[in-house]
Design a protein around this ligand. Sequence first.
Ligand code: FNR
Length: 189
Amino acid sequence: MTSSANLHFVTLLGSLRSASLNAAIARSLPQLAPEGVSITALGSIADFPHYSQDVQDKEFPSAVIAMAEQIQAANGVIIVTPEYNYSVPGVLKNAIDWLSRITPQPFAGKPVAIQTASPGQIGGARAQYHLRQSLVFLDAFVLNKPEAMIRLAASKIDSQTLTLTDKPTREFLTRQIGALADLARRLQQ
Ligand code: FNR
């Protein structure tokens, strides 16, 4: 792929809540993608069972295989997640644990951006660093900057349409996706 080729990113959502702020962010990303980038959503991690090697030894769940294939085929992953108890929600960690057992391991060498949204003041910063730690082990290339920590997120999302309406945040996320595209293109060279 040349440096001017189009890129396709997929979003991995760390919340199962129907009115999720993070889902609203993820839902808005396709419209915020810069030129030359398309974005689609991966399936729900609610379809993954609790990780158990006994289950794995019998057969990988089809939802895990399907998501791993979508990640392998993508040029990058955008993880959009809440922070739970200063860390990564268990459901997201469970999904990453499942995906990490697939060969080829789908995050290896993959450009990844992290976005966290919280109604609080810190915007999920602490979850980001725990998530980065797991992604180091998985050999992903996690975008360093700009970091997307969306604080006071409830005030930036339309409660009717459940989409991101705050203009500065929309512009900022476009810049971050552009930085992920730059990283993906550099890694292809
Ligand atoms: C939270 N919340 C939260 N917020 C935060 O900024 N830091 C935190 O450590 C936590 N911890 C936490 C633990 C648990 C178990 C829950 C349920 C919630 C609040 C959280 O940010 C808020 O509920 C968000 O709205 C959750 O994200 P979604 O589901 O709206 O995307």
